[in-house]
Design a protein around this ligand. Structure first.
Ligand SMILES: Nc1ncnc2c1ncn2[C@@H]1O[C@H](COP(=O)(O)OP(=O)(O)OP(=O)(O)O)[C@@H](O)[C@H]1O
Ligand SMILES: CC(C)(CO)[C@@H](O)C(=O)[O-]
Ligand code: BAL
Length: 286
């Protein structure tokens, strides 16, 4: 039987569709996205296809997680292209509510996860993770998935969502998926389209410095020394403006004096190239 992608725009219709699938005993997976799809998103769909009978992808650029001076208005959008890519990748249902469907009235409820939201993007984008946790919880309530697939490129987001579902007993299993990179190492991101050719070339310093840092950490170079070297390498690029470079425990995201053998840590960075803010990270056990 040939399955075709179904696009659903309303919460009511999404609920109805899921209720039928649930009654048939289907395992449901969700891949939450903001669209403008690339291989990173499609790798999440493939992971979902392996575990689930029904794969729902949401495409929703969530205003709640953008700060007043961030790129909500200019965030890249191309629903026609996304629909074709989602269909090819094996998505069953594309959930594409608009802002008035997700937030029909002023929202007075806020999901706020503490501690893991303190450093990194939580510090540089105040309120961002409240917006993420709140919309992800809404998506979980609407789609009632058994599994939810998130990329480790947004490693802090994975930590926040995992903490939230544990704390609130949400019956969904969070599945973290590896970072997908371009052939030259740049982590895939919808925001890469903003980069000029010069910025794109200099942005390779991010994945390059992460690879070097992994090697140094494994050789036993101290955390502070590795952090300093990464800052130095990135600072050599004239178009790079560092927002943060941090080495923390993962998934707790707490400061580390020095990693003892067996510690899982994250080296996370956020760097601006012109108007474009890129994030990348390496997670590993040393
Ligand atoms: N390169 C990637 N590898 C694996 N997963 C990814 C990658 N890029 C994004 N994802 C995941 O896809 C999901 C949706 O992310 P989103 O739509 O924000 O895409 P994005 O490319 O990260 O956008 P941006 O970088 O502009 O924030 C998230 O779980 C995110 O971690
Ligand atoms: C999880 C998410 C879809 C929530 O808006 C977003 O933060 C993203 O794309 O990573
Ligand atoms: N991938 C995280 C979504 C955001 O940057 O708002």
């Amino acid at each position: 039987m040939i399955k075709t992608l179904q696009q659903i725009n309303t919460v009511a219709e999404m609920r109805e569709h899921i209720q039928t699938a649930r009654m048939q005993g289907k395992r449901i997976g969700i891949v939450p996205t903001m669209g403008y799809l690339h291989e990173g998103h499609l790798s999440l769909v493939r992971a979902a296809r392996e575990k689930c009978d029904v794969v729902v992808m949401s495409i929703f650029v969530n205003p709640l997680q953008f700060g007043p001076n961030e790129d909500f208005d200019r965030y890249p959008r191309d629903l026609e292209r996304d629909r074709a890519l989602a269909d090819q990748a094996g998505v069953d249902v594309l959930f594409t509510p608009d802002v008035s469907e997700m937030y029909p009235r002023k929202i007075l409820t806020n999901i706020s996860v503490s501690n893991v939201t303190n450093p990194l993007c939580g510090r540089s984008r105040p309120g961002h993770f409240d917006g993420v946790a709140t919309v992800v919880m809404k998506l979980f309530q609407i789609v009632q998935p058994d599994y939810a697939f998130f990329g480790q490129k947004d490693a802090q987001q994975v930590a926040v969502v995992t903490q939230m579902v544990q704390d609130l007993n949400v019956p969904v299993q969070i599945v973290p998926c590896p970072i997908i990179r371009e052939a030259d190492g740049l982590a895939m991101s919808s925001r890469n389209v903003y980069l000029t050719p010069e910025e794109r070339a200099q942005a390779l310093v991010l994945s390059h410095s992460l690879s070097l840092a992994e090697k140094w950490l494994r050789e036993g170079v101290t955390i502070e020394e590795v952090r300093g070297r990464v800052i130095d390498i990135i600072s050599e690029k004239p178009l790079a403006a560092i927002e943060y470079v941090e080495i923390l425990s993962y998934p707790e995201l707490e400061p580390l004096e020095q990693a003892v053998s067996g510690t899982t840590l994250i080296l996370a960075l956020a760097v601006r190239f012109g108007k474009t803010r890129l994030i990348d990270n390496w997670i590993g056990t040393i």
